[in-house]
Each structure stands twice: as C-alpha cells, then as structure tokens.
Design a binder for this molecule. Structure first.
Ligand code: PGA
Length: 256
C-alpha cells in the first residue's frame, strides 16, 4: 500500500451468493464492525438482484456497492443482460469486469472485456478489471506475457482520464477459491508489473494513482503481509467476504 498516492480498497466479490434479505442482513452485520476504518474504502460486489438492498443497507456508511458484470451494449435484444447505464442509474459505483470465472464459464474474451471496460467507463462506473494467469501458464513461465496481453487488450481505447478511475485486480486463477494464496512476493511482482504497464501507457502520475488489488484466497490471516507490499493496494475477496467478521478482519488489516 502507498496511501500517499492512492486509495486502499477492500472489495468483496459475493459471486452467486445471498438473497436480497440475506444481503441486508450481512451488510447490517458488517456496518458496526468497520466503523473506524477511514483509511480503507470497503466495497461489496453483489448479484444484480441484491443491488437495491445493498444500496439501501449501506446508506450513510462507508460501504460502496458494486456489480459483478454488465453487458457492453447500451440496450437492445440481449435477453437476460444488464447494461452499464442500468447500473449507474441505480447509483452503483463499481463493477467487476473480466473475472476469471466469467472468462472461464461465460466466454468473456479479452476483446469482450475491453468492450465492457469501455462501456462501464462511459457510463461513469469504476471498473474493477481482473487479470490473472492459470496454473499451466505459471508453470510454463508465461505469467508476465499473459498479464501484459490481458492489460493491453482490456485497456485498448481507454484514455488517461478514464484510466484514473479503473481499479485493477491481479487474481492468479490457481489461487481463487483454492485456499492457495500467492506469496506476498509473487503478488508484489505482478502488481508491480501492472503498475509498470500503466506507467508506460499513461505516465507516472496515473500509474502512481491507480489502485491495484490482489485476489485469491485472501483472508484475515494473510492480508497484512500481502498488503505490506508497496504495489498491493487492497484485495478482491471471494469466500472471506461472505462472513461479516472475516471480511471486517481484512478491512482492519488494510486500515493499519
Ligand atoms: P477467493 O475469491 O477469495 O474465494 O479466492 C477471490 C475472487 O474470485 O475474486
């Protein structure tokens, strides 16, 4: 973390969990636990149907609300999809784009991820852009190339002003939901690579200001070590974001 230059962000990715009533209950439980954490922005990215309740329950506290996906077209015959404007008109601030589960199960290619980042930015949403390598790619020692390609394609057509609003999450696929966390040094190496990419494309000022998160089995017991690294500005949390106490523990580690 480097608070002199950029925001620390702990974002929960609830994935396909929690009903609207459970959403209200979890946020109500979380609120008192993270009252004195002004150095850290807390975000909950919830399923579409939970967004209204998440917004209501988080009113008047420091929790921001995000979605987990969107469609890149503004409107039209796309049954089952939700547009960027629908989200922004609700008052949603963040949207996760390019999560590895969407890339893996729902065919989100780098090109589609790029279109979604452009649509989100145009609608005033802050994308949380996910990048990450598979275990095979790590074993073949092509992690840096994979991440660079994902960034190059996802950020095509994004100018410096839009880049300032984008959060990047480095999520090694082999660490997601597996209990296997990247070491703090591994996380730092790739978060540093991401910042260097942003610096080369957008200049030092933008690179210094962009928040880069780590995601993949982050929890209370390993958060402080990961966050002690200079280029790790927060976390994208799956499993541990579903229990208020576990999530609050990470938020407190980030608030130190
Ligand atoms: P995890 O998920 O914390 O359960 O590993 C992280 C993510 O998928 O964003």
């Amino acid at each position: 973390m480097n608070r002199a230059y950029r925001k620390t962000i702990i974002a929960g990715n609830w994935k396909m969990n929690k009903t609207p009533a459970e959403t209200r209950a979890l946020i109500n439980e979380l609120r008192p636990l993270i009252q004195r954490t002004k150095w850290c922005e807390t975000v909950v990215c919830v399923p579409f149907v939970d967004l209204p309740n998440a917004l209501k329950a988080s009113r008047g506290c420091r929790i921001s609300v995000g979605a987990q996906n969107l469609h890149f077209e503004p409107s039209g015959a796309f049954t089952g999809e939700v547009s960027a404007e629908m989200l922004s008109s609700l008052g949603i601030k963040y949207v996760i784009i390019g999560h590895s589960e969407r890339r893996q199960y729902f065919g989100d290619t780098n090109e589609i991820v790029n279109k979604k980042v452009l649509a989100a930015s145009a609608a005033g949403l802050r994308p949380i852009l996910c990048v990450g390598e598979s275990l095979t790619e790590r074993e073949y020692d092509v992690t840096r190339e994979v991440i660079t390609t994902q960034l190059k394609m996802a950020l095509q057509g994004i100018d410096a002003a839009a880049m300032k609003k984008i959060v990047i999450a480095y999520e090694p696929i082999w660490a997601i939901g597996t209990g296997k966390t990247a070491t703090a040094d591994q996380a730092q190496e790739i978060c540093n690579l991401i910042r260097a990419f942003v610096r080369a494309k957008y200049g030092a000022r933008v690179a210094r200001a962009v928040s880069i998160l780590y995601g993949g089995s982050m929890k209370g017991s390993n958060a402080a070590e990961l966050l002690s690294k200079p280029d790790v500005d927060g976390g994208l949390i799956g499993g541990a974001s579903l229990k208020a106490e576990d999530f609050a523990e990470i938020v407190h580690a980030a608030n130190q």
